[in-house]
Design a protein around this ligand. Sequence first.
Ligand code: ZN
Length: 242
Amino acid sequence: MKILVISDIHANLTALETVIADAGDFDATWCLGDLVGYGPDPNECIERVRELPDLLCIIGNHDAATLKQIDPDSFNPEARTAIYWTQKIISDKGLMFLRGLPEKIELDRVTLTHGSPRHPVWEYLLDTRTASQNFEFFYTPFCMVGHTHLPVIYYLEGEHLSINLHVPIPNQSITLPNRAIINPGSVGQPRDHDPRAAYGIYDTDTDTWDYRRVEYDIPFVQEHMRRLNLPDRHIYRLSAGW
Ligand code: ZN
């Protein structure tokens, strides 16, 4: 079975549509949170994600802030502005969908969470030390996370409990190691200085991880954000990829 794995769409419908079109055939969808925040199309992104085949979706910190479950003061000023804006325009249907999202989903072989298995909504897995502590907090071979907007695979090396970090090469597939934490990167706001939308296709039969990047119409999204008076910083960063 082929699973489309997406995360951190951040209300960027243009990037999301491009990813879906680029993904080709897939049987199911795993969405790792942060459907909204930063971008111009929160309602449209929620609607589009809901239509995806066999969807499993978890909540991200921006989704929780939109629901007022997290204090917007814990975000930087521009992110906060985008959250207040999202709260104003989000539909009741959108709110209801976000409200139903769990923090963590444990499947037979994969755990899904936004930040980390230890602190699902908030923790950033940015280094091998934090990742190694988190290997004790999930019981499946794999854990898939988002939140940092950085595509990466943390994996256990051999018999030892040393954790390694692998930055995957775009548009190449690899066979996953025995135990790993995998981040597909961000659909709507990549932060690894590559502005292309990021996602992955996980083949459950072969444990293959096909990590992909795809160009989308960034100037179109930026123009849309300008018209809505969204913060300049969020407009600029899309083309810079941070
Ligand atoms: Zn995010």
